[in-house]
Structure formats: C-alpha cells, structure tokens
Write a protein of this length. Sequence first.
Length: 248
Amino acid sequence: MKKIITITALTVSLVAETLTLSGSVISDNQKMITSRFMGFVTSVNVSEGEKVQKDQILYSIDSREIDSAKSQAELSLEMYQNQYSNVQINLQRHRRLLEKDMVSKYEVENLELAARNLENMTSIAKARLKEVQNQYRYLNIKAPNSGVVVAKNIKVGEMAMPGMPAIILSDLSNLKISAEIAESNLKLVSHGKKVMVEIPSLKIKTIGKVTAIIPNSNPMTHTFKIKVSFKTLSKSVYPGMYATVAIN
C-alpha cells in the first residue's frame, strides 16, 4: 500500500509539472499587398480563403495614369530629338563657314555647347520613357509568394491607392503557434526549448520549438507572448486554428 501511495504521488507531481497553454496557429510571413500606382481596379482574380501561387496575378488596375505619363515622355523625347537634329545641321553648316572665315569661332562653340546639352536632354528623355514603359508591369499585382488570401479589401471599379492594403496574404509554409504565458511561468520557457504541440481539430501532435518570447508584458493580464515553430506534413493547417502548447 505504501508503494502505491508513493507512485500515485509521483504521478500527480509529474502532471503538475506540465504546463498547457492555449494558442492559435499564425503565419509568420503575412503580407499586405498594395499597388504602386493609383488607378481603377479592372479585375480581381482571387477570393478570401483561396490558395494562390507565387507570381499569380491577384488584381489589375487600369493604365490611364501611366498612359498619360508615357505620352508626355514621348512628346519630350520627340521635341529634344528634333531640336538636336536641327542644331546638328546648323553646326555642320557653321563649321564649313568657319573654314571659309565667314562666321566666328564663338558662334561655332555656342552651337557645339547647345548640341551637347540637347544630347544630354535626349538621353534623359529616353531614360524617362523607358522608366514609364517599365511601369506597365506594375498594373498586374502579383503574389510575392504562395499562400492563402485571408482578406480582400478591393472590388472591380474601386480606386486602388498606393499604400492602402488591398489583399492580405498568409504564407502557409511558415506557420507558427502563438500563445500567452503567465509572467510567473516565464522561467519554464527559453529560446530553442522543445515543447509538445497539438492541433485538436486535425488530431495533429508534434514537437515544436520556442522561437520567440515577446518581452512586452500585457499590463492587464501580466502575460507574455511566445511563438512556437513546428513541422507537419498536413496541408490542412490554416492560420486561426486552435492549438495547445505543452511545456514540461
């Protein structure tokens, strides 16, 4: 009987040393997708909850703003090219006249200076036009990585604004579990510590590792946030799922 009591006490002691925290699955690589340019949305190709692949077109905006900039760049380039061509013709004529001593060297030097300036302006205009033409590729907003669309804040016909999140994309290949631990239990965790992770709805049990301990304490509950990385072959794990973390 004494042995049975001793074993029972030891079992209770072992159970008491396992701390179980409630948490949820999060994506440690969540991106807010926005456009570089302002424009009306012409198409939206994804829905909330949809899985997307890297470089897949999420939505598109119209090209009117870029079209206008392109037209201005083309006009500027054409103007400088015409002016440069006229100055070159005039310069060649003045050089011939200079050989006959019919114009001054000063006039020729002024035309040479004007030709160099216009050549530089033409080069700048060409670069500007190329820059504007490259902007067309930003009209189709693509997924920077594979993931799942967790929020869609844009519709066809609405105005896309730079800096305003249109789509939120979560990377499913970099999932973690976020949980809160009481200040009094912080001594039980450390970076790299292995813990038991469970996702009850999928009946997944696996080993995880503490990758972050957020030092900002919640002043209301005096808890700290920890993040736990884990690996699973299941493709059904999504951000927001309930999970538990058992710490020995």
